[in-house]
Design a binder for this molecule. Structure first.
Ligand SMILES: Nc1ncnc2c1ncn2[C@@H]1O[C@H](COP(=O)(O)OP(=O)(O)OP(=O)(O)O)[C@@H](O)[C@H]1O
Ligand SMILES: [Mg+2]
Length: 270
């Protein structure tokens, strides 16, 4: 489903943290939002799903202003996996995933709701722990449960905030492959990521946020040493081998007086 972010600005208590954000996202896009801590990734994701309301500008989902859309309808369209889900009620894994069916349930879950929940639990290999209290799971297991709950919503748009932060290598690849498969079927995925190499591997396009503004938006070609150094203030090496790109952080970036030795950057390495 299409997302049109039209000139949004968002402030927390008068402090502007997102400004002049314009972006069109199409069906089947896999968008990675990257940028330093505090650059506004989580705030942008919360503006797209309507949790936060921009003071200026509008978010349109399939050409409809989300402010005009009923919450229940929005929940059938957009699922959101937050960055932190601490302090949850003592609920089982199964019931947590079943909660994703809430927008479809009238007074009790149907056999279809139960089947969808069970299938997702099996697909994400949560069947061994499905009766456990989610508060008694590891961080990575909890994260997988919240992703499962989002998938149970059968949304057309999935918004995920750092979903791989607590996962081991196997689960990172499994979750990212699942998301990529959904995009191939026409779902739209927007994911805040710190791992640039995962963004390079999976995303169809990348949004770089710096101090609340879009610093660059495009395909793999925007992942250049120059852009990354400006974005993160760190020296990096980008290795390009045909279609394979890989970013290696090298070290701290020292800005030198340009006039002294005619070098803009002097670094600890290289
Ligand atoms: N509830 C809040 N109230 C006030 N300021 C906030 C709130 N949430 C975030 N901020 C501020 O807004 C800015 C953007 O925060 P945001 O959480 O969107 O950044 P982020 O890019 O997701 O960072 P991270 O990579 O650390 O998750 C930061 O300066 C942050 O301190
Ligand atoms: Mg964040």
């Amino acid at each position: 489903m299409k997302i049109n972010i039209n000139n949004i600005q968002f402030s927390y208590n008068g402090t502007t943290v997102l400004k002049d954000i314009n972006c069109k996202i199409n069906n089947g896009d896999f968008i990675a939002v990257v940028g330093p801590n505090g650059s506004g990734k989580s705030t942008l994701i919360k503006c797209i799903n309507g949790i936060l309301k921009p003071q200026i500008g509008t978010v349109y989902i399939a050409d409809k202003d989300i402010k005009q859309t009923h919450l229940r309808d929005l929940s059938k369209t957009i699922a959101y996996v937050p960055q932190n889900s601490n302090g949850q009620a003592p609920v089982s894994v199964f019931d947590t995933v079943l909660l994703g069916r809430k927008p479809y349930i009238n007074w009790k879950p149907s056999s279809v709701d139960i089947k969808i929940t069970t299938d997702i639990i099996n697909h994400l290999q949560l069947d061994d722990i499905f009766m456990k209290d989610i508060n008694k799971l590891s961080g990575g297991q909890q994260q997988t449960v919240y992703i499962a709950r989002a998938l149970a919503q059968q949304p057309e748009i999935l918004l995920l905030d750092e979903p791989t932060a607590n996962l081991d290598l196997k689960h990172i690849i499994e979750i990212m492959d699942t998301l990529k498969n959904l995009c191939n079927k026409g779902f739209t995925v927007v994911i805040a990521l710190h791992d640039i190499n995962l963004a390079l591997r999976y995303a169809s396009s990348i949004i770089m946020l710096k101090e609340g503004k879009i610093f660059a938006h495009g395909g793999k070609d925007i992942i250049t040493e120059e852009n990354l150094e400006k974005l993160y203030d760190i020296k990096v090496k980008v290795i390009r081998n045909n279609d394979f790109h890989h970013v290696i952080p090298l070290g701290k970036l020292y800005r030198e007086d340009k006039t002294k030795n005619n070098e803009l950057y002097k670094t600890t390495i290289g």
